[in-house]
Design a binder for this molecule. Structure first.
Ligand code: ATP
Ligand code: MG
Length: 359
């Protein structure tokens, strides 16, 4: 605290944009502004913004309608344009590392090094071995520039570009903290993407984005029952949008839909399990003690159950706003209630401060 104002967290997800501003006082953190707006399908495909106009207009409108005055924002990127690796390098000074990092990155990053923005964090120094562990992050410059540019076109100033998985990790740390002697998995289950971050003793040990999320469930319901995307979404969400009329005169979700949900959730869980298995096989860790899930698709009980069944590890729902008080009119209570799970990245970004800007 005391190091400048909080930035506004802007999460441009493939299904919707989430905007969040928090206030920090001595008494704690409160949610000061919150806005949510769906994006038309195909606005963002495979992490690329295909329809810049829709993103820029939606963002401008969200800030105007909700009277958000702070224009300095933090955004994040994820998916195929981001590579995160834990690497080991010889012990060196920060100055030497700054000089060496491009070369080190080249050995580990499958992109042309000229096209990526490199960042790193020292995870652990092991002087006795003359080595240190780094977390190396490479994000495609084009992708970052695109996102930043569209945000600027909405007359906002992106001061920080973060990565979804780390944003959720920061929020979890600020909310609950990590047990020092345990390994936990944090999974953000979104619409088109699910990001997995395995954390040992509070330090990220493995991250992976899985190109699967709520959309594959909706699309499979569509395919098997012949309904529209919107109808399939309503079925999937069990009418949680209050749109009971969508279920026809019976007001029931057909059994076939339940079966499709069960089966696709199991497929997603299997994919997550493959990543957990890979981590276990390569990390030397013997156990994942707990799995915390968040993101819109974490609302689906069948998915949480499927992950728990396959991983044989307790799955817990992480509510991104569980420790925040609500500040009043800028924060619609029904929105918080219905969309809480979708807010992890936006709330995580809103923890960032103006003064720490590096970009
Ligand atoms: N109550 C619910 N039950 C089931 N699914 C839900 C519910 N609420 C939201 N979802 C699903 O969550 C997804 C949206 O979650 P989220 O906002 O976290 O994704 P996103 O950030 O837009 O996408 P991504 O991060 O993948 O680009 C959608 O697939 C939506 O159908
Ligand atoms: Mg998301």
């Amino acid at each position: 605290m005391g190091d400048g104002n909080n930035l506004v967290g802007v999460d441009i997800g493939s299904s919707s944009i989430k905007v969040c501003q928090i206030k920090e006082t001595r008494k704690g953190r409160s949610l000061h502004k919150l806005a949510y707006a769906p994006l038309p399908p195909q606005t963002i495909v495979d992490g690329h913004i295909m329809n810049a106009g829709a993103v820029t207009e939606t963002l401008s409108r969200m800030f105007a309608d909700n009277q958000i005055k702070q224009r300095n924002v933090a955004i994040s990127v994820s998916g195929q344009s981001v590579i995160i690796r834990k690497i080991t390098v010889p012990m060196m000074t920060p100055a030497e590392l700054d000089e060496q990092i491009q070369w080190e990155a080249e050995q580990h990053i499958p992109f042309d090094i000229k096209d990526v923005q490199i960042d790193y964090e020292v995870l652990k120094r092991q002087p006795e071995r003359g080595q240190m562990d780094l977390l190396l992050v490479a994000a495609k410059r084009d992708e970052i520039n695109d996102y930043a540019q569209f945000v600027r076109e909405a007359r906002l100033k992106p001061l920080i570009v973060d990565i979804d998985a780390f944003t959720v990790q920061n929020l979890f740390e600020a909310t609950r903290g990590f047990p020092p002697d345990q390994t936990v998995a944090l999974i953000n289950l979104g619409a088109s993407l699910s990001s997995l971050n395995i954390i040992t003793g509070g330090i990220s040990a493995f991250t992976r984005d899985i190109a699967s999320g709520g959309n594959v469930i909706t699309e499979e319901i569509q395919r098997q029952t012949g309904v529209s995307f919107d109808q399939a979404e309503s079925y999937k969400c069990g009418g949680s949008g209050g749109d009971a009329g969508a279920f026809g005169s019976s007001g029931m979700v057909p059994q076939q839909v339940h079966d499709v949900i069960e089966s696709v959730c199991d497929t997603i869980a299997a994919e997550i399990q493959r990543s957990l298995d890979f981590f276990m096989a390569t990390s030397g860790e013997s156990e994942i003690h707990r799995i915390h899930v968040t993101g819109g698709t974490a609302n689906l009980t069948p998915l949480r159950n499927a992950i728990q069944r396959r991983a044989k590890t307790n799955v817990d729902f992480f509510n991104p706003v569980e420790k925040l008080t609500l500040d009043g009119p800028g924060v619609p209570e029904p929105l918080v209630r219905e969309r809480a799970a979708q807010l992890a990245v936006a709330v995580g970004l809103s923890l960032r401060k103006e003064k720490e800007k590096r970009a």
